[in-house]
Design a protein around this ligand. Sequence first.
Ligand code: SF4
Length: 273
Amino acid sequence: MPWIPRGLREGVVTSAYPRRDDGYGAGFSGTVTVAPDLGDAALVRAAAKACPTGAIELTSERPRLDRGRCILCGRCARLAPDTFRVDPGFETAAVARRALVVPPGDGDDAALDEARRTLAARVRVLRRSVHVRHVDAGSDGSEEWEVAALTNPVYDVQRLGIFFTASPKHADLLLVTGVGSTGMSLALRHVYDVMPDPKAVIAVGVDAISGGLLGEGYASGGGVAADVPVDVFVPGSPPSPFGILYGILLATGMLTASLRPSASGAPPEGPAR
Ligand code: SF4
């Protein structure tokens, strides 16, 4: 039984996040940041053209990038490195779809604060322990690997009072992956309807947020928000298990002073110029 000496040798591997930063999350590609200035306009145009999901919008001053459509392929950063940069990190989830677009527009900050307050008040009773129902609404399977990893010894979300349940009637959180395929629309809505209140919905991955590479089409709703009211959006393709965990903590208001996330996971302001 080689796993016994191995286990003794390696000791405790379970992450201490969010109580403490143990460096596990630094290895994940987290998000694309946009420099404060336009940079070389020709390169930026080439990067926008090369983006497979149309996540980059060109404006006269500075390009805007929709993290809810970005699959983190890195093409833009290779073509226009002075303007775009792929950064590590995982605390990228947001409580509003518009918060995934950078740089933010006028009035976004106030709207976000309001969205955060409303959600926190609604799910106040969920802070001690939550049960999560996961529904695959047309995923390519990549998000499922990351969701499944949450219960392994490294992430071990049970230590935080987070449990997966097979029954939507026992669930507080609905975790949805996939593009929101037409065939799953009714089933997804039914799962949401039978969950008791209060409840919250988390869209996991850019497929669930915007349809990803498929976008909107005859078999895809362009994201799951067309079927259920999404409270938290977790970008990434797929997001890391830490990114999903951050989304769950955000949705339940568990990010309190006693369970603080590390500041190091937050995406930085933009590429160094
Ligand atoms: S990293 Fe994101 S924004 Fe950049 S080209 Fe790829 S999908 Fe588009």
